[in-house]
Design a protein around this ligand. Structure first.
Ligand code: CU
Length: 156
């Protein structure tokens, strides 16, 4: 009789693939180890997120790989989006109701984000940054307007 079942190894390989994908999505920071500067040279920035502030320390870094460690010291979920722009932190284009930054705007370049995470938690991610002006903000509904936006500078 002809064997029509998918071989077990294929099933296992598929499961592992899915797990790796999930891991990569859930942990964009340390998971994305694209030979970035974990050894040395990269800048490190601590970012505090709460109601309703986003506070990078320091608020500047040298160009190259920059590791952001975001701590949610508030009591609800927050996120950190980083965009490259010369606009002021409170002048980003928003949707019609003004409750969110329009992330599809051509007025800035979206570099990346640490997606929303729970209060009390810490998440990190590294981004390769060119010299210039950046804005960090939280784009959960209403949080940007409430004050969760700030400038960040990368020097050459
Ligand atoms: Cu927020």
């Amino acid at each position: 009789m002809k064997q029509t079942r998918r071989p077990l190894w294929a099933l296992i390989a598929a499961m592992f693939g899915t797990m790796l994908l999930l891991a990569a999505c859930g942990d964009s920071g340390s998971g994305g180890s694209t030979s970035s500067a974990s050894g040395g040279g990269g800048s490190k920035v601590n970012v505090e997120l709460n109601e309703w502030k986003i506070i990078p320390n320091p608020d500047s870094a040298s160009a190259g790989s920059v590791e952001f460690t975001a701590k949610n010291t508030g009591s609800i979920e927050h996120e950190m989006v980083i965009v490259k722009t010369d606009l002021a932190p409170d002048a980003l284009p928003t949707n019609d109701s003004g409750t969110r930054v329009d992330e599809n705007s051509d007025k800035f370049e979206v570099i990346g984000e640490i997606s929303e995470f729970e209060a009390g938690k810490t998440e990190d991610a590294s981004f390769d940054l060119e010299p210039g002006n950046y804005v960090l903000f939280c784009n959960i509904e209403g949080h940007y307007k409430a004050g969760m936006t700030t400038g960040f500078t990368v020097t050459g």
